[in-house]
Design a protein around this ligand. Structure first.
Ligand code: 9MR
Length: 669
């Protein structure tokens, strides 16, 4: 946002902003995406379109392998730790818990907007000797309950579903297998485990997980089915059954879909939890996915590893990616069975986002809270991340005397209005012109960055986002305004700095209120230093069509980046245009980029709580994660924005801006 211009663009008469105004990007724009194409080009994004997830097992020790983590974060939106949550890692000796390796995966998932399955709490295998040698029921019962409770408490709020009990049934039989739990506690140990788990984390789904229960005619399947039926009839808490699905070359048994739907009919979700198929025949994979797609309560599919080289059965090459991370034929078969379009037959950047948008707006949720030293008229330019169970909002506060920054946090939007406002000018960020913040976690340095404008592009860092006093003093990204900006800024203002990184580089965008979007770059390992090669990323001869408040995001589960830019419409009101690109530095293709088909404008927003604003102005998408990749979901977008009483007038800096939340209503998933 531009802090100084009083009238800047407000009620400008007939600026003649035309839909067709060209956005000149570096390179030429490709044809606009087909309006009917909403198929995604990755497994997770495509599964999400039917309300399902697509996950993989992952190993903490491989997160640093960039081939591995690139595929992990591109394709999968659910992660199961392959070994890190098992008893022999988490409680190797009695009462001594180690959650470090699992935390690495959980943190990675949170930063990339992925959900987690917890695997596994009670299992006869990978069980330390001190547990399997217990012979006394009172001791074992206490040990089992402590283990479940301590582990679930540690990960509380972060796990979608737990495999509470794993592989408790004997091969080829409808009876429990022998194990220390079975032998010492008897048949009731499974029920005891589920009851303990429900008490520990009532919000997590509780699953029973097993292998060789996919064939409806197998004795083991019947044994598990009878147990689930019994649990449901007696009110023993169970929410889901996991079918591991470690298949031979033939793939799933013919009755697999019948099995899934019969279990679902008992009132539990079903999930495919550890899928791999010897030699990975495309048809066998497709049949497995179709069985799930045909059962409404089949909520998702997890494959047991990323590349063949990551598999526990690596010699059988059972996974979707080869040792080099290339997609195998089974990959395309799975994507197609999920309803998607493999890249070989569609544009590589097939749109995960629709090409037109509709939104519903909240009322004004956040108003300024002036105090004795902050005589504030408006709260503006919000940046927001959801982290550790809370929304953390940073915003500009404006008054006739200038701009500074404020921080507030809350767990739910209904609490936003009552949150305490912490003025950041009280700490090392200091007083003076600081505005238009952007917040993100820079994972390589384990530090939060707050980027903002001071006349230069500035930043502060903090190890703890929730500590408003922890921010460092401002530092500048540039020694001075880059030449290309000086040459093009005209009578505009250098505003709205925005950082986004991919796996190799970080980019710094900024606007000039004069029709130019600039982009500089530096290496990921050099960040925050070394921003150079500043170029015009996009421009428009009508400055109001490409004004300010640009955001660039990675769209989760797709190859797409989304660019949104605030424009001033022919009615003088603020609204947003949008483009997509396959790379941050790429050319931008119009998505919803006109006044008549905008990303967000008063014309495509409904206001059930009353039309309190005609401006949809500077704000932030609610991200799927919180790290430097700025990943947003591909559906059900939400955008926190600044709006204004339409009758307000006067000096721009004293306008009564408030914050409201848009929620996308035309999402296909
Ligand atoms: O893939 C896991 C492998 O790395 C471990 O060595 C093995 C130890 O038992 O467990 C593997 O995962 C198993 C999962 O936890 C439960 N179902 C069977 C999986 C394959 O053995």
């Amino acid at each position: 946002m531009n802090p100084f211009h009083p009238l800047r663009g407000r009620r400008l008469s007939a600026v003649g902003l035309l839909a067709a105004t060209a956005l000149l990007a570096a390179g030429t724009a490709a044809a606009a995406p087909d309006a009917t194409t909403v198929k995604a080009s990755t497994l997770g994004a495509q599964a999400a379109q039917s309300g399902r997830y697509f996950g993989t097992a992952a190993a903490a020790g491989k997160l640093g392998d960039s081939t591995y983590s690139t595929i992990l974060d591109r394709e999968f939106n659910m992660i199961t730790p392959e070994n890190e949550m098992k008893w022999d890692t988490t409680e190797r000796s009695r009462g001594s818990f180690n959650f470090g390796p699992a935390d690495q995966i959980v943190n990675h998932a949170a930063a990339h907007g992925q959900r987690m399955r917890g695997h596994t709490l009670v299992w006869h295998s990978q069980l330390p000797g001190w547990v399997s040698s217990i012979t006394d029921a009172t001791t074992l019962r206490s040990v089992m309950k402590t283990h479940i409770t301590t582990e679930m408490n540690h990960f509380k709020g972060k796990i979608y579903a737990w495999d509470v009990v794993n592989e408790a049934f004997a091969d080829g039989s409808s009876q429990h297998r022998g194990s220390v739990f079975q032998n010492v506690l008897g048949n009731g140990f499974i029920e005891e485990a589920f009851r303990t788990a429900r008490a520990a984390d009532p919000a997590a789904k509780l699953c029973y997980n097993d292998y060789n229960i996919e064939d409806w005619n197998a004795a083991k399947t019947q044994g598990v089915y009878a147990m689930v039926r019994d649990f449901k009839s007696r009110g023993v808490p169970i929410d889901c059954v996991g079918f591991q699905s470690h298949f031979g070359t033939g793939g799933p048994p013919a009755s697999f879909q019948t099995t899934l739907s019969n279990f679902a009919a008992l009132g539990v979700d079903v999930q495919i939890t550890e899928l791999d198929i010897a030699q990975a025949p495309a048809t066998a994979y497709a049949n497995t996915v179709k069985a799930c797609m045909n059962v409404a309560r089949c909520k998702g599919i997890t494959v047991w590893g990323v590349r063949d080289s990551d598999s526990w059965r690596t010699g059988q090459k059972p996974l979707l990616f080869d040792n080099n991370g290339n997609k195998k034929p089974a990959y395309n078969a799975v994507l197609t069975a999920l309803g998607g379009t493999p890249a070989t037959t569609a544009r590589a950047s097939a749109a995960a986002l629709p090409s037109s948008f509709r939104w519903s707006s909240s009322g004004a949720l956040i108003a300024p809270k002036p105090d004795s030293t902050h005589n504030i008229a408006g709260i503006k330019d919000p940046s927001v991340v959801y982290y550790n169970g809370k929304y953390h909002v940073f915003a500009s506060v404006a008054s006739s005397s200038g701009y500074s920054l404020v921080y507030l946090s809350f767990s739910d939007w209904s609490q936003a209005g009552s949150a305490t406002h912490h003025y950041l000018d009280r700490g090392a960020i200091g007083t003076g012109y600081r505005a238009a913040p952007q917040i993100f976690y820079f994972a390589p340095q384990k530090l939060w960055y707050l980027v903002y404008q001071t006349g230069n592009a500035s930043y502060s860092t903090n190890a703890d986002i929730s500590n408003p006093n922890g921010w460092s003093a401002p530092r500048n990204f540039y020694a001075s305004m880059p030449d290309i900006i000086r040459q093009n800024i005209g009578g505009g203002y250098w505003v709205d700095m925005w950082v986004i990184c991919d796996s190799a580089r970080c980019y710094l965008f900024s606007s000039d209120d004069n029709g130019h979007l600039y982009r500089s770059q530096t290496g990921l390992s050099q960040f925050p230093n070394g921003f150079t090669n500043t170029v015009i990323a996009a421009q428009d001869s009508n400055k109001f069509a490409l004004f300010e408040a640009s955001n660039v995001y990675k769209v989760q589960g797709s190859n797409q980046y989304l660019l949104i830019v605030e424009a001033i419409g022919s009615d003088g009101r603020r609204y947003f245009r949008s483009w997509t690109s396959g790379s941050i530095a790429g050319s931008w293709t119009p998505l919803a980029a006109t006044e008549s088909n905008p990303l967000a404008r008063a014309t495509n927003v409904t206001f059930p709580a009353g039309a309190w604003t005609k401006d949809i102005s500077h704000g932030e998408m609610i991200r799927a994660g919180y790290d430097q990749t700025l990943t947003i979901p591909s559906c059900r977008l939400q955008y926190l924005y600044q709006g204004l009483n339409p009758n307000a007038s006067g000096n721009y800096n004293t306008l009564p801006w408030r914050l409201g939340l848009l929620t996308q209503t035309n999402s296909t998933c």
